[in-house]
Ligand binder design. Structure first.
Ligand code: HEC
Ligand SMILES: [Cu+2]
Length: 422
C-alpha cells in the first residue's frame, strides 16, 4: 500500500473542510429553533450556551493545535535520534491542572446563576396558566380569567406567563423551542416554568411539542402558541370566558337568547355551511397570518370516506339536541352553558370553532376534517380515547364495527353545531 503523504492528502482535506463549512451557509430558516432571544428565559439560556461554546472552542483549538503540532514536528523520521526520555514535569502538570480548574469555575458560576434565575418563582403580576397533559392533547386553564381551552395557547407579549404543569396520566414535556427550555409534566407533581415574550415580538404563531415519550400518539401531541398584543389578548380572553355562543340546550332562559352578554348574542339561525356564517365575537389569531410551518399538513388517512355534500345541509340545532347527545359526546367534552357537558376527558369545546387545528395540532380545523374525526377519530390518530362514532365504521381500539353510532347526516349536523361554537 502506498504511503499517504500529507502533501498529497492536503488538497482533499482542504476540500472536505470547505464543504463542511458550506453546509452551514444558505438562507434556510429554522422556525422551530431554540437559539432565539424571544423571551427572558431563552435569553438567559442562550447567554450561558454562548459562554460554554466560547470556552469550549478555545479549549478545542488550543488542544488540537498542540496535538497536531506535536504529531508532525516530533514524528519518527528515518535515521532520526532517539527521543529524550523524561519523567514528570512539575510546572507543566500544575499548569494543565490549574487552567482547566479556572475554566470550570468560569463555566460553573454562570451555570449555577442561570439555574437559580430560571427556577426562581415567577415575578408578581404574571399571567397564570395551568397546563395539563393528557394522552395526547394539552389542556390550558387560565384560572384568574375563567378560561378552559385546549391545544392553542394565547399569551400577551410583554407580560410574564407563569405555567403550572401537571399531567392527568403519564409523563409529558412542554416545549415551545422559540420561547425557552422545556419542562416535564410529572405524575402526582406540579412543575413550574415562566417566561416573558418580548414586548416587541409582534403577533405571531409558534410550534410546540410534547418532548417526553408518552405513548402511541406522542408524536401527534403538538401545541400552537400565539403571541398577541395585550388588547388582542384581552378581547380573546373575554370571549373565551363566555359560555357557548350557540346554545339551544341552555336551561330555561328567554328563548333564542342563550347568552346573557348582549355583545355575544347572535340569532339562533343554525350555521348551515362548513364556512361559519357568523363572524367571531372575540379576537382570534388571523388564519392568513399563520406561517406554513404552523399549519398542519397531515393528510386524512385513506379509507375514511364521508359524503361532504351532506355538510351543506348540516343543522346546528339538530346537531346540538340530537347528534351531540346520541354520539355520547357529552360524556367526554365540556361545553360551557350546556347542562351535563362538564367532562374533561376530551378538550373543552365551548369555543372550538375559534381554533385553527384539532387533535392537538395534528389536523386543520374545517368541516370535512371534523366530520371524519367524529366518524372515526381512532383511524385518524392512533390510540385516542375518543371512540369511533360513525355507524358501520371499524373501531381500531374496540376491534369491532360500530353498530349504533351516528350516520353521515347526523355527523353533518354535529359538524354544523361545532362550527357554530366560535
Ligand atoms: C370517550 C370519550 C370521548 C367521546 C365519547 C367523544 N370524544 Fe371527542 N375527544 C375525546 C378526546 C380524548 C379527544 C382528544 C383527542 C386527541 O387529540 O388526542 C377528543 C377530541 C375531539 C375534538 C377535537 C378537539 C380539539 O380541539 O382538538 C372534537 C371536535 C371532538 N372530540 C368532538 C367530539 C364529538 C362531536 C363527539 C360526539 C359525537 C365526541 N367528540 C365524543 C374524547 C371523546
Ligand atoms: Cu405527551
Amino acid at each position: 500500500m502506498p504511503k499517504l503523504r500529507l502533501r498529497e492528502a492536503g488538497p482533499a482535506l482542504l476540500f472536505m473542510v470547505v464543504l463542511l463549512t458550506l453546509t452551514a451557509c444558505g438562507d434556510t430558516v429554522y422556525p422551530n429553533t431554540t437559539f432565539t432571544r424571544f423571551t427572558d428565559l431563552n435569553s438567559s439560556i442562550l447567554s450561558l450556551w454562548d459562554r460554554l461554546l466560547f470556552w469550549g472552542t478555545i479549549v478545542f483549538v488550543v488542544v488540537e493545535a498542540a496535538l497536531i503540532f506535536t504529531i508532525i514536528r516530533y514524528r519518527k523520521r528515518p535515521g532520526g535520534p532517539e527521543a529524550k526520555q523524561i519523567h514528570g514535569n512539575a510546572i507543566l502538570e500544575i499548569t494543565w491542572t490549574a487552567i482547566p480548574a479556572i475554566i470550570l469555575v468560569l463555566i460553573a458560576v454562570p451555570t449555577v446563576k442561570t439555574i437559580f434565575q430560571t427556577q426562581a418563582p415567577a415575578p408578581a403580576g404574571a399571567l397564570k396558566v395551568q397546563v395539563i397533559g393528557h394522552q395526547w392533547w394539552w389542556e390550558f386553564r387560565y384560572p384568574e380569567l375563567g378560561i378552559v381551552t385546549a391545544n392553542e395557547l394565547y399569551v400577551p407579549v410583554g407580560r410574564t406567563v407563569s405555567f403550572e404543569l401537571t399531567t392527568k396520566d403519564v409523563l409529558h414535556s412542554f416545549w415551545f423551542p422559540a420561547m425557552g427550555g422545556k419542562r416535564d409534566l410529572i405524575t402526582n407533581r406540579t412543575n413550574y416554568m415562566w417566561f416573558t415574550p418580548n414586548a416587541d415580538l409582534g403577533t405571531q404563531a409558534w410550534n410546540g411539542f410534547c418532548t417526553e415519550y408518552c405513548g402511541s400518539s406522542h408524536a401527534n401531541m403538538r401545541i400552537r402558541l400565539y403571541t398577541v398584543q395585550p388588547d388582542e389578548f384581552e378581547s380573546w380572553a373575554k370571549h373565551q370566558a363566555s359560555p357557548a355562543v350557540f346554545n339551544p340546550l341552555a336551561p330555561a332562559a328567554p328563548p333564542a337568547t342563550p347568552v346573557a352578554n348582549a355583545s355575544n348574542r347572535r340569532p339562533a339561525v343554525p350555521a348551515v355551511d362548513t364556512a361559519p356564517a357568523q363572524p367571531s365575537t372575540g379576537y382570534v389569531f388571523p388564519i392568513e397570518k399563520l406561517p406554513a410551518h404552523v399549519v398542519p399538513q397531515t393528510p386524512i388517512p385513506a379509507g375514511l370516506d364521508f359524503d361532504d355534500a351532506l355538510l351543506a345541509g348540516g343543522d346546528a340545532t339538530r346537531g346540538a339536541t340530537q347528534g351531540f347527545m346520541l354520539g355520547g359526546c357529552i360524556g367526554c367534552h365540556a361545553i360551557n352553558g350546556v347542562p351535563g357537558a362538564v367532562s374533561n376527558i376530551g378538550p373543552n369545546l365551548t369555543h372550538v370553532a375559534s381554533r385553527h387545528t384539532i387533535a392537538s395540532g395534528l389536523y386543520k380545523f374545517d368541516g370535512p376534517t371534523l366530520a371524519r374525526w367524529i366518524k372515526n377519530a381512532r383511524h385518524m390518530k392512533p390510540g385516542v380515547i375518543m371512540n369511533t362514532i360513525g355507524r358501520g365504521e371499524y373501531d381500531p381500539g374496540m376491534k369491532m364495527t360500530v353498530t349504533a353510532g351516528l350516520d353521515d347526516r347526523q355527523i353533518a349536523d354535529v359538524v354544523a353545531y361545532l362550527m357554530s361554537l366560535k
